[in-house]
Design a protein around this ligand. Structure first.
Ligand code: RB5
Length: 149
């Protein structure tokens, strides 16, 4: 299966993203490079910052080089994940925005709103995101400016 340049993918959600996260897990579970950081049910509320920080730790440890985060809106997860300079997290809302986040922004974390998105569309977005490479060139120059002041 095409991994779009990623070697190890992390998958995480809070309670609000669990249902979509489980569908994503079923879709991509055959990838031996998949790391599931929970949650494993939506029965208890779980704070999304704690969940997003697991992805940051996964990057820091070198366990993953890409991740998919699902919360209610995708927004909270992206705000926390983007606190790591190693992460370029993108909240996407369509297949085109998912593809562009890879082609132009080299997004290494995909953030999805489990309560806002049509789930079938979200699954299509995941596959498109995972199989789209970064275009580099002028986009590399711009991405290279992200962490400078
Ligand atoms: C949980 O209610 C919700 O706030 C969370 O999943 C997320 O949408 C935050 O951005």
């Amino acid at each position: 299966m095409n991994n779009g340049g990623f070697h190890h993918i992390g998958l995480v959600s809070d309670h609000a993203g669990y249902e979509l996260k489980h569908k994503i897990f079923e879709l991509i579970k055959s990838r031996d490079s998949l790391h599931d950081y929970g949650v494993t049910s939506d029965s208890e509320p779980v704070d999304y910052p704690d969940q997003a920080k697991k992805i940051i730790l996964g990057f820091d440890r070198g366990d993953i080089d890409g991740a998919i985060c699902v919360c209610g809106s995708g927004l909270g997860m992206s705000m926390v994940a983007n606190r790591s300079p190693a992460i370029r997290a993108a909240v996407v809302w369509s297949k085109e925005s998912a593809v562009l986040s890879r082609q132009h922004n080299d997004a290494n974390v995909l953030c999805l709103g489990g309560r806002l998105l049509d789930h079938q569309l979200a699954l299509d977005m995941v596959l498109a995101w995972l199989s789209t490479p970064f275009l580099g060139g002028r986009h590399q120059r711009r991405v290279g400016q992200f962490n400078s002041r």
